[in-house]
Design a protein. Sequence first.
Length: 159
Amino acid sequence: MRLIVMAMLLATPALANGPREMMFSSTGICYLRLHSADHMASNPAQRVETIALWPDSESWDDPSRIILRLLVQLRSKSDFLTAYACCEDGPDAMLFGLEGGAGTFTLSPKADGGIVLDVGEFGMSFEGSQGLVTVSGTSGDDRACVMPPVPADACPKAV
């Protein structure tokens, strides 16, 4: 019996890895979702046009935490809203809290290497040139987003 269990674990190494290892095995990864004009036109309740996130390399040296940089661009706006988020590991997903108590989101790994970002119940708030903007976790079309992985240099680098 022990050999069968061992063989099953070896045959499916992804199952042995937690969500952190599956999504953030290195600092050279970014997750990016760019919605096309056609997509935005067919989803009038969606406000987020572009969303990107990646590990902040300055905090990567501390193995007990991951800090993510998160960029959001709203419909018809040229500037990016930015925030940092710190994680709490879970068995199937990672819960992130935005700096300053500005909301939460959960990241779950997908089998194809992408992730699903689910906005927390109280949303995610960002401050930028447009003032304070909150992406709702309970209404609209921005509550969940599937994001594929891309090389880190493919992500926008707004400051």
